[in-house]
Design a protein around this ligand. Structure first.
Ligand SMILES: Nc1ncnc2c1ncn2[C@@H]1O[C@H](COP(=O)(O)OP(=O)(O)OP(=O)(O)O)[C@@H](O)[C@H]1O
Ligand SMILES: [Mg+2]
Length: 266
């Protein structure tokens, strides 16, 4: 059967099945006929209990986890056969761990130049022009962390909050189709966390980025984005967009969480 191209969606997952450790005592049947369509420009907050499949969902889109069956489309193109590094050209990703998104032994300038050259080292050895350097400084100024004066500082010596802000900037420097945030503020103190969320919203709005943001912070999931998914055992228990999302409160989400806990006997 010919699969229909989901050309109106930015991301589309169709008939996804994924079981970890099949036929063993630790078997986890996670996704079973899972479907998800994300429209261009949608900013989706994803909540859900531990183990509900949020990270696996992101990993399948990025290519680090391959579904057992089903199809994944990006901008209407089936990307199932594309390697993770190939997908990374059009997908920006910020992880929970601040040490993941940047190279610690390289300076801020080198990290930015590397991202600017889409990971090619030759750009670094050629040096960075004065004009590019000024551009990097301007971009760093918006973080409001004073990093514009620390271009030659090794990224490994920055705080977690500074690194996450930088990782966000770097992952959105070149044009991308999709931004993926996996609990990117979870390791930060409240103030750094607020700052990174402010930046996230600014960058997403300014670039009109289609975004998938996993968070355990219910307040953020309500406050940010124009669509909310609550995942539970590999399916979306809540999927509310636009007005339906605006109508949701953290109490609604808590109530739903309590319901789930009751059902699974916690
Ligand atoms: N590589 C793997 N091998 C075996 N099981 C896995 C693997 N990755 C995920 N799982 C299982 O799949 C389920 C979903 O995991 P996933 O990491 O997607 O959850 P999550 O919603 O991101 O949870 P958390 O909120 O804790 O980050 C869990 O039961 C997990 O143990
Ligand atoms: Mg996770």
């Amino acid at each position: 059967m010919q699969t229909q191209l989901k050309s109106d969606s930015m991301v589309s997952l169709q008939n996804i099945y994924k079981t970890f450790s099949p036929d063993s005592v630790s078997e986890v049947v996670l996704f079973s006929d899972f479907h998800l369509d994300i429209l261009p420009g949608q900013f989706v907050s994803v909540v859900g209990s531990n183990g509900s499949g949020k990270t696996t969902l992101l990993n399948m889109i990025c290519g680090s986890v391959i579904p057992d069956s089903g199809q994944i489309f990006l901008k209407g193109q089936e990307i199932g056969a594309m390697k993770e590094y190939q997908r990374a050209r059009s997908i920006g990703r910020v992880f929970q761990d601040p040490s993941k998104g940047t190279c610690p032994e390289l300076t801020i300038l080198e990290n930015m130049a590397l991202a600017d050259n889409k990971g090619a080292f030759y750009g670094l050895s050629r040096g960075v022009s004065r004009r590019r350097m000024d551009e990097y400084r301007t971009q760093l100024e918006r973080l409001e962390l004073g990093l514009e004066d620390k271009l030659s500082v090794a990224v490994g010596s920055l705080s977690g909050g500074q690194r996450q802000a930088l990782a966000l900037l770097i992952s959105t420097m070149t044009p991308i189709d999709l931004l993926i945030l996996d609990e990117h503020t979870a390791a930060l103190d409240p103030r750094s966390s607020e700052n990174v969320m402010r930046l996230t919203e600014e960058i997403v709005t300014e670039k009109g980025l289609t975004t998938l943001m996993v968070t355990h912070n219910l307040k953020y999931s309500i406050q940010y984005g124009n669509r909310l998914l609550m995942m539970h055992q590999g399916h979306a228990l809540i999927d509310a967009a636009d007005e339906a999302k605006v109508a949701l409160s953290t109490d609604d989400l808590l109530e739903q969480f309590n319901q789930i806990s009751l059902e699974v006997g916690n």
